[in-house]
Design a protein around this ligand. Sequence first.
Ligand SMILES: Cc1cc2nc3c(=O)[nH]c(=O)nc-3n(C[C@H](O)[C@H](O)[C@H](O)COP(=O)(O)O)c2cc1C
Ligand SMILES: [Fe+2]
Ligand SMILES: [Fe+2]
Length: 410
Amino acid sequence: MSAGIKLNEHLYWIGVNDRQTDFFEELWPIPNGIAYNSFLVLDDKVALIDAVKDISLDRYLKKIRKLVSRDRGIDYLIIKHIEPDHSGAVKILRELFPRMQIVGNRKTLELLAAFHGISENFLTVDDGSFLHLGGCRLQFHITPMVHWPETMMTFEQRHQVLFSGDVFGGFTALDDGIFDDRIRDLGPYEYEMLRYFTNVIGKYSVMVQKALAKIAGLDIRMLAPTHGLIWRNWPRHAVGLYDRWSRYEAEDGVVIVYASMYGSTENMMEAIAHSLGSETTGALRIHNLARVHPSYILTDIWRYRGVILGSPTYNTGLFPLMDHLIRLLENKMLRHRVAGVFGSCGWSGGALQELGDFIRRMKWELVEPAVEVKGAPREEDLKRCALLGANMLKQLRTGIPRGGEQGDSL
Ligand SMILES: Cc1cc2nc3c(=O)[nH]c(=O)nc-3n(C[C@H](O)[C@H](O)[C@H](O)COP(=O)(O)O)c2cc1C
Ligand SMILES: [Fe+2]
Ligand SMILES: [Fe+2]
């Protein structure tokens, strides 16, 4: 991918793959990298749509140089949000193309000043306003808080390309090409799209729904997010995925997440898993918190309707990794799940109380029984674990959970 890739007579993809960063936002693992998609419109006017993080700048600038001579220069840089994974190259671009105007809304300008100390040569656009580049015509749609306050989408009307920002984006570098129809197996890309959604965007699901309503009237031929695939064959499919995820719709299946220092909580988990596994209709996923990064666990919990959390008591409360996970879930404000809880303690306990409180705060449906055991589980304890599994299945079979219902034990 050394040169830009032509998307249509005027439009080029000039993004770069990042294979050096270990954790996106220093939080979310990206073992397969990530792409920063940037686009160049070559018309009577020359416009860059989003830039890249301040890595791989050599490669990025080379791509621009191949398409744009020094004389011609760049007229506009449209920034759809200021997060540095897209604005990192702004300063160098301004040095190279001093005439270039940066285009954004009022909030963009505030953040541009705060992050880069730039406030001159800025063109302010409003919701619905146009920018004519020649044959190509950009319209701006302000879609606030997905996931920064200044986020907006840009629609190129002539070729019906929606530059959607982070919405519809995904982790992983673009290895087998940038287009949806060039990918042999979309499954892994869709998984990384969901992981990106749950890790980065999901908290703002309500705002995603508003953004989707806003673009519903556009006849989108190509969907060009700032990360991940360019959707030119199935843009509606990508929109449909985002619609489902941001409505908290889930697939059939159960995720068991547990921690265990000395094996008691793990033995309980095995009994629950066994009772689920013998009858389950959907997927069964089991995650040991000590071994799996919460990025992947969040993704599964967003994906499946049932979740069962197991934690030993640790210093009167939750095992620290479980504490971290539930804080993340609460921050992401995931709704409409069916949940069960279990765990082992030594003497006075505490973990199960906290798990129960968490589920009530989330307004998830709590499945009985909450199984708490002192020390190692005995035969009758394991039977209660199996009952929890059986009740979870029963509850899931009754259909879509109603948000707002609460269990009455604990
Ligand atoms: C560092 C540490 C702190 C603990 N704190 C408590 C506690 O505050 N209250 C309690 O009831 N048990 C406490 N326990 C006991 C554990 O909850 C108990 O050993 C339990 O069976 C561990 O389950 P596991 O085998 O799944 O790790 C503690 C254990 C350890 C190692
Ligand atoms: Fe972002
Ligand atoms: Fe981004």
